[in-house]
Design a protein around this ligand. Structure first.
Ligand code: NAP
Length: 438
């Protein structure tokens, strides 16, 4: 029997568990750890609350979680409750599927002003991540500035723009819904340091901005390249740029019918943030794109900003004893192998890019590497204690491990507490989750 510890129960973690099970069958035992008492990582706390169909993929992970040879070990943080060397003594292979939970730094003066947030924190707040439930953003001002032109920036802009009714059927947490409903925003400015051809937004998600009750996207036609230039784009990107063109074609008087303007400000690089305690404005430098990169032109201007959310990417959290690539912000690895016996998948392996589905082949390829290392004899004999060894360690340390069965009780309690039409009302603190497991 071989034993695998997967650290992180998001898509990367569960696709790896699924692949391990398919590859090794009954010869494997897999423990999927999570620092939270609840599973599914970004499916629960990252995917936007109004994108319920995407969250449906967790049913597939549940199937894997409910099989005999896979087990969920919730409320155990690697690095705090148990170390990597300790796990290495218990399991044949450790797979880090810890994602990239830290915001990439917005390295400009004023970034520490109040009401300036990274997207991990802001998204975590509206999605009920216990770490960010108390964020308490001030939404009483008129202008929000969202930095970055990826799908996370789109999520944040859309969530800020939606009305109460547009959250029907979503699982946005109560505290965020209340705050968003009381918001007084009139402008949401999305800053991109490059141009329309370089946006990272995908068409389906971008299209949603054109269909909001009280907000309309504004694109300045002068920012768009000649139509012919779109021919060089790959199809998805071309669709996104075509959407930008359709936004630019909407006459001003039609757009003005909506209370909130979502303005795309291209070729705009943040330089500094200003304010007395809380942010009041952002200084931006005009750029031009030179050889694909944003180059400052020296021309600057200020945009009023009562709240700023920086959506410029993420970094993996380092773990003691694990080699880390500082520049890339993820574990140092060769196609998922950190060293024989220690592997990584998903964002912890390749950085914060790709869709949920990208993690599936990632999981399969790391399981293949584990198989190769077993066959090469570098993982030693099959005599590690695995889950029994971990259970003894957990008992010795008094860890409050949450099992999958207990998670299902937490889930039922969340479903019972749901607002009308909502799938659940999430617990936003760990103590409440632990109490709900019965
Ligand atoms: P992303 O797609 O990499 O976009 C990051 C954006 O931040 C880019 O526009 C980038 O501009 C900009 N940026 C980076 N550093 C900057 C700086 N210092 N100053 C100004 N701008 C800066 O990342 P993401 O939006 O965080 O998304 C992460 C992944 O999750 C992506 O693969 C995304 O598709 C996925 N996701 C998918 C969905 C969905 O499908 N519904 C939802 C959310 C996230 P440059 O291009 O110029 O570097």
């Amino acid at each position: 029997m071989r034993h695998i510890a997967i650290i992180g129960s998001g898509p990367a973690g569960y696709y790896t568990a699924e692949a391990a099970q398919k590859t090794f069958g009954d010869d494997i035992r897999v423990d999927v750890f999570d620092r939270l008492p609840v599973p599914y990582g970004l499916i629960r706390t990252g995917v936007a609350p109004d994108h319920q169909s995407i969250k449906g993929v967790s049913r597939r992970y549940e199937k894997t979680a409910l099989t005999e040879n896979v087990r969920f070990v919730g409320n155990v943080a690697v690095g705090r409750d148990v170390t990597i060397p300790e796990l290495a003594r218990l399991y044949d292979a450790i797979v880090l599927a810890t994602g990239a939970p830290h915001d990439r730094d917005l390295d400009i003066p004023g970034a520490d002003l109040r009401n300036v947030f990274g997207s991990a924190a802001f998204v975590g707040w509206y999605n009920g991540h216990p770490q960010f439930a108390d964020l308490d953003p001030d939404l009483s001002g008129k202008t929000a500035v969202v930095i970055g032109m990826g799908n996370v920036a789109l999520d944040v802009a859309r969530i800020l723009a939606k009305t109460d009714c547009e959250f029907d059927g979503s699982d946005i947490v109560g505290h965020a819904l209340e705050a968003l409903c009381a918001a007084k925003l009139e402008r949401i400015v999305i800053l991109g340091r490059r141009g329309p051809h370089q946006i990272m937004m995908t068409p389906k998600e971008l299209g949603e901005l054109g269909d909001l009750d009280r907000a309309a996207p504004h694109v300045d036609p002068r920012d768009l390249p000649e139509l012919d230039a779109d021919a060089i784009l790959e199809p998805g990107q071309r669709k996104s740029v075509t959407l930008l063109r359709s936004f630019a074609a909407v006459p001003e008087h039609i757009r003005a019918e909506k209370r909130i303007a979502i303005e795309f400000d291209f070729f705009a690089q943040p330089v500094a943030l200003f304010g007395e305690g809380s942010v009041e404005a952002i200084e931006v430098e005009r750029t031009e794109v030179v050889a694909g990169r944003a180059a400052g032109t020296g021309e600057t201007y200020r945009v009023p900003a009562s709240i700023v959310v920086s959506c410029i990417g993420y970094r993996t959290a380092p773990i003691p004893d694990v080699p880390f690539d500082e520049r890339a912000g993820r574990f140092a690895n060769d196609e998922g192998r950190i060293m024989p016996g220690l592997y990584c998948v998903g964002w912890a392996r390749r950085g914060p890019s790709g869709t949920i589905g990208t993690n599936r082949p990632d999981g399969a390829s790391v399981v293949e590497k584990i198989g190769e290392d077993i066959a090469a004899g570098v993982l030693g004999r099959a005599d590690k204690p695995g889950r029994e060894g971990f259970d003894a360690l957990a008992a010795e340390r008094g860890l409050e491990v949450v099992t999958f069965r207990e998670w299902k009780k937490i889930e039922e309690a969340e479903e019972r507490a749901a607002r009308e039409g909502a799938p659940r009302e999430k617990f936003v603190d760990i103590e409440a989750m632990i109490r709900a497991r019965g």
